[in-house]
Design a protein around this ligand. Structure first.
Ligand code: ZN
Length: 110
C-alpha cells in the first residue's frame, strides 16, 4: 500500500487530526484509508487496530466500546458522503460543443 504525502494523521495523545482537528480518524482520513485498502476490510481493520491499541492507553475519557466504534466501527459502514476530498476536484471537463459543420467556401462564382 502506498500512502498519501499529506496525511490527516493523529496528534497524540489528543487523537485529533493534525490537518483538520477532527477526532481521528477524521472523515478525510477514513476516505483515504478506504481508497488505500481498496475494499480489503481485514487489512483496514488490522491497520487501525494498532492505532486503537495505542489510543486506548492514551485516551482516558472514552470507553473501550466508544473507541472501538470510533476506530473500527466505521470500516464496515458505507462511505460517508460528506467526507472531504483531500485533493481539489480535477478540472471540470469542459463540454466541447461539436464544431459547427462549416461548409468551406467553395465554388465561388466569379
Ligand atoms: Zn483530517
Amino acid at each position: 500500500m502506498t500512502d498519501y504525502p499529506a496525511l490527516h494523521g493523529p496528534s497524540r495523545p489528543g487523537w485529533r487530526c493534525i490537518a483538520c482537528d477532527a477526532p481521528w480518524p477524521c472523515p478525510t482520513r477514513k476516505h483515504q484509508l478506504r481508497e488505500l485498502c481498496q475494499g480489503n476490510l481485514p487489512a483496514l481493520v488490522r491497520y487501525l487496530s494498532a492505532y486503537l491499541s495505542d489510543a486506548q492507553q492514551e485516551i482516558s475519557d472514552a470507553t473501550t466500546a466508544d473507541l472501538t466504534d470510533r476506530f473500527l466501527g466505521w470500516c464496515a459502514r458505507p462511505p460517508d458522503p460528506t467526507a472531504v476530498q483531500e485533493h481539489p476536484p480535477t478540472q471540470q471537463l469542459k463540454t466541447v460543443a461539436p464544431a459547427a459543420t462549416q461548409t468551406p467556401p467553395e465554388g465561388r462564382t466569379t
